[in-house]
Design a protein around this ligand. Structure first.
Ligand SMILES: CC(C)(COP(=O)(O)OP(=O)(O)OC[C@H]1O[C@@H](n2cnc3c(N)ncnc32)[C@H](O)[C@@H]1OP(=O)(O)O)[C@@H](O)C(=O)NCCC(=O)NCCS
Length: 439
């Protein structure tokens, strides 16, 4: 989807829901720097962050230029130019099983001021974002969440998990193969362009990754405020394959006290090939004068334990639902991914907000490709039919949750014997879904 997300008309339903409370719903112009600065201040306050410094506000302006940014304003407030609620959305691809991506809408920056909570502002904004997503032609909306109790009511469900991976340096003896290429130290600014190219390829390999990361690489590489304390700690290495092609990078820092060994910490290890992934892990776990390595938002299915003599050197903590997915258009969404096995399945989907409700037939051929059609009321039901809500559809969509698990939780009904087993095998993904960033 390459269009200006600001070209979509302002959602009239959200506008009138907020107007009933005397509030104004405004689409911001990213060139209106005063309004944008106030919005960025409000977003920081809403997330309980410190006030942004000038460099962070400037970075916020660049990020906002790639998004559709809304604020809610209270003309009666003491500071009417500061929004009492914020939200941002943008079109991006979401990688799905089989190596393709589906048109999606990312939702972010959902905050409501502590003075204005529990009067329906978040609901108006969230329903507004679903309308924006629909108008943008997105088959799916998605977000990452700080609290897991808020977004289910709008049809979102956890679809890809993430975890903190900790490696005990003393126990980490590498037994995996040495990669054929080389690891090089590269200054973060020099890596910026290559990092973006590697990221694009890495994202395509993993269901659950999204392909537009406004502003995130600059943050990861410490380029937003290069003179800041945190940024000066960032070290970056790049893996080049045996032909000299850059295939991966990691941005890490070593935290330590004087005279004590440190801990390697990283949020970004991005690999476009398996060799690159192994080489970068090996580089990290073989550091001297460190007690361990800690990587955040890693896959729950890392190959790392299989590369070390002692798999117990690796522990997973903070395993969380990370990516939440909301299906808007089942025909487009289901048609975009590949499936694990051929078969025919009818899905009867209930969606309280009506975007995805209806009966759909999924016919998967030998190569995992699907034909999906909406059934009208007169169509005869297939033997293999599942009844599920839009949340359950979002949960199984990327292959991270088995339909039979949701049936055991009484969240999917399968009237025909065998249909659950078929659904499990059809929805299985070739790679465990994973999202490696917050957005
Ligand atoms: C979470 C937040 C956005 C909710 O805003 P709000 O305007 O008070 O929410 P609404 O009044 O529109 O409530 C919508 C629904 O969410 C529920 N809800 C609101 N906040 C909730 C919370 N923290 N936990 C669980 N449910 C919540 C309401 O009960 C209501 O439910 P209903 O529609 O079923 O009756 C707001 O509290 C906030 O800004 N929190 C801090 C920032 C944050 O956590 N943002 C989320 C980032 S992922």
């Amino acid at each position: 989807m390459s269009f200006d997300p600001r070209s979509i008309p302002v959602d009239p339903a959200a506008s009138s829901a907020l107007a009933r409370h005397g509030l104004e719903y405004r689409l911001l112009d990213p060139d209106d720097h005063d309004a944008m600065h106030a919005w960025i201040e409000a977003e920081h306050r809403g997330f309980h962050h410190a006030r942004p410094r000038d460099v962070e506000r400037d970075h916020g302006l660049t990020v906002a230029a790639e998004r559709r940014v809304h604020g809610v304003y209270d003309p009666q407030a003491a500071e009417p130019a500061v929004p009492v609620a914020t939200v941002a959305g943008w079109p991006t691809g979401l990688s799905v099983p089989g190596g393709r991506s589906v048109d999606a809408w990312a939702v972010s920056a959902v905050t409501v001021a502590a003075t204005h909570r529990r009067r329906g502002i978040a609901r108006a904004l969230m329903e507004g974002e679903l309308a924006n997503a629909h108008n943008a032609g997105a088959a799916v909306a998605m977000l990452t969440v700080t609290e897991a109790t808020i977004y289910g009511r709008y049809g979102y469900a956890p679809a890809a998990r993430a975890a903190t991976v900790t490696v005990n340096r003393q126990r980490a003896h590498w037994v995996g193969p040495d990669a054929p290429g080389r690891v090089h130290f590269v200054e973060p600014a020099d890596l910026r362009e290559t990092a973006a190219a590697i990221t694009r390829r890495a994202v395509a390999r993993t269901p659950g990754e999204i392909d537009r990361w406004p502003g995130i690489l600059d943050r990861a590489l410490g380029l937003v405020d290069p003179q800041g304390d945190a940024a000066r700690r960032v070290r970056t290495v790049r893996y080049d394959d045996e032909h000299g092609q850059a295939q991966g990078f990691v941005a890490y820092r070593i935290t330590r006290e004087p005279n004590e060994p440190g801990v390697v910490e990283f949020d970004f290890l991005v690999a476009a090939t398996d060799d690159a992934e192994r080489a970068l892990w090996q580089f990290l776990v073989e550091q001297d004068f460190v007690t361990g390595v800690r990587g955040r938002l890693r896959s729950v299915d890392e190959p790392l334990p299989w590369l070390l003599e002692d798999p117990r050197a690796v522990t997973l903590t903070d395993v969380v639902d990370h990516l939440w997915v909301r299906i808007l258009d089942p025909v487009e969404a289901l048609g975009a991914r590949r499936y694990g096995i051929a078969g025919t399945l009818d899905l009867e989907i209930a969606d309280p907000l009506q975007h995805a409700s209806g009966r759909f037939r999924l016919v998967v051929g030998e190569r995992g490709r699907a034909e999906v059609e909406r059934l009208d009321d007169t169509a005869a039901p297939a033997r293999q039919a599942l009844k599920l809500g839009v949340q359950e559809l979002g949960a199984v969509y990327l292959g991270g949750v088995r339909p039979s698990v949701l049936a055991r939780a009484a969240r999917i009904t399968a009237p025909a014997a065998g249909s659950l087993a078929l659904a499990d095998r059809m929805f299985a993904a070739d790679r465990t879904p994973h999202l490696s960033i917050w957005f």
